[in-house]
Design a protein around this ligand. Structure first.
Ligand code: HAM
Length: 415
């Protein structure tokens, strides 16, 4: 039998119900903060990501699903969505008025990563991008929305790690200091880090190899090398977080795996996620829009790993809002049309009702309803019709009641 591709999975049943619950909560919170949804294609030109995410990053070097189409164009399944959103706003001229833009997205991303629990090759992200505002306050507004969202899902106890990586031109003197530090202890670093220190020194700081992390003890900290403006931006950001009562920790090693960040970077980790502890990450990217051909425009955003968010919410036993699941069963060959009539009036009132159309004996329908987790069976036979009622069977308790046909819709609201 043909199986799904390694690292790409089907979603259904309870797990999908959690995805949908979280997606609904996401739409609500984004709308209340004035963020509008954007949907971009899953496939983009490869150069969007090599230019946007950075040609020396792991994502571009090792993890992209890149292929040639029938016209020999190099295309890539999006590994992330910030570069795509930026392309979309430039292409569709969404920046012309110079007003700020607040956009969000929910969708699948693709990275050819080594398989581990919580790491998929097709995974889902919820992301928010705030475009056109340079202030630290706009960063805090976006983070407040993020924390309100996580709190509304029952995850109020997560902590934020923050750092600033400044602008590329401010990093030169930091790189000199970091290179000298690594050179002094070269043997203690892995082969990848010895290469990275030449190609992309920031990447050494977030190497996952534990001996490299030990070797980094006492490393030069990027914040000390930044301009006065970047340092004061970072201070304002921290003060604003404090006054907004968002707890945070400074982490001088947190530089993120994508090259477009400028100044503020942040992540939220959770020990409940095991080895893949990053729940979300983001930061400021004030050069990306210009680098991809748009006008110079500051921007800030983040993305949550939705698969990981769902697993956290499920682990914490946060229960889903439950609605009655009703199976309407016509009994006897003559009752199907009456059942259609009744079901259509209940559907029109917004109730969720499944209709038994197999024409099987009542006992068989009831066993299916029990197996499939229905909460109630509505039984409609000749005798019910004659009395103008329906028999309601509460499947959890076995209790049975008779309801007037005219009252069904309003009584469903109270079960
Ligand atoms: P990222 O840190 O690469 O950032 O990804 C964000 C989140 O996506 C991660 O924290 C993680 O939860 C989830 N994620 C990443 N890879 C996988 C995977 N293989 N399986 C499951 N979940 C995964 C970005 O993508 C940036 N675009 C975020 C951003 C938006 N920055 C500014 N705006």
């Amino acid at each position: 039998m043909t199986q799904s591709v390694k690292g790409m999975r089907d979603l259904w049943g309870t797990e999908l119900a959690y995805f949908q619950f979280i997606e609904r909560a996401c739409h609500q919170i984004m709308e209340s903060h004035g963020y509008q949804e954007i949907r971009t294609p899953i496939v983009e030109s490869t150069d969007l990501f090599s230019r946007g995410v950075g040609s020396t990053t792991d994502i571009v070097n090792k993890e992209m699903y890149t292929f040639r189409d029938r016209s020999d164009r190099s295309l890539t399944l999006r590994p992330e969505n910030t570069a795509s959103v930026v392309r979309a706003i430039i292409q569709n001229k969404l920046l012309e008025s110079n007003d700020p833009l607040h956009l969000f997205y929910i969708g699948p991303m693709f990275r050819y990563e080594r398989m581990q629990a919580g790491r998929y090759r097709q995974f889902w992200q919820i992301g928010a991008e705030s475009i056109g505002i340079a202030s630290p306050e706009s960063e805090v507004e976006s983070i407040i929305m993020l924390f309100d969202f996580l709190t509304s899902l029952g995850l109020g106890d997560l902590s934020l790690s923050i750092n600033s990586v400044g602008f590329p031109e401010e990093r030169a003197s930091f790189y000199v200091a970091l290179k000298a530090f690594v050179k002094d202890r070269e043997q203690a670093f892995c082969e990848d880090c010895r290469r990275r220190i030449e190609d992309n020194p920031l990447r050494v700081l977030d190497c996952k190899v534990s001996s490299c992390q030990t070797a980094l003890t006492g490393h030069p900290e990027i914040l000390n090398f930044l301009s006065n403006e970047s340092q004061s931006h970072h201070e304002k950001f921290q003060k604003c977080l404090q006054s907004s009562r968002i707890p945070f920790l400074s982490n001088p090693k947190m530089v993120r795996g994508l090259d477009y960040y400028t100044r503020t970077t942040f992540e939220v980790l959770s020990s409940d996620l095991g080895a893949q502890s990053a729940l979300l990450g983001g930061g400021r990217y004030d050069r990306l829009i210009q680098d991809l051909g748009g006008p110079p425009t500051p921007a800030f955003g983040w993305a949550i790993g939705l698969d990981r968010l769902v697993s956290l919410v499920m682990k914490k036993n946060i229960s889903l809002p439950s609605k009655p699941r009703i199976l309407l069963i016509p009994v006897g060959e003559t009752m199907i049309n009456d059942a259609f009539e009744l079901a259509r009036s209940l559907w029109a009132d917004g109730h969720s009702v499944e209709l038994e159309t197999r024409g099987v004996p009542l006992k068989k329908s009831l066993s299916s309803a029990n197996r499939k987790g229905h909460s109630h069976a509505f039984i409609l036979g000749e005798s019910e019709k004659a009395k103008g009622i329906i028999t309601v069977k509460f499947l959890m308790t076995g209790k049975q009641e008779e309801w007037l046909l005219s009252e069904i819709s309003s009584r469903i609201l109270h079960i």
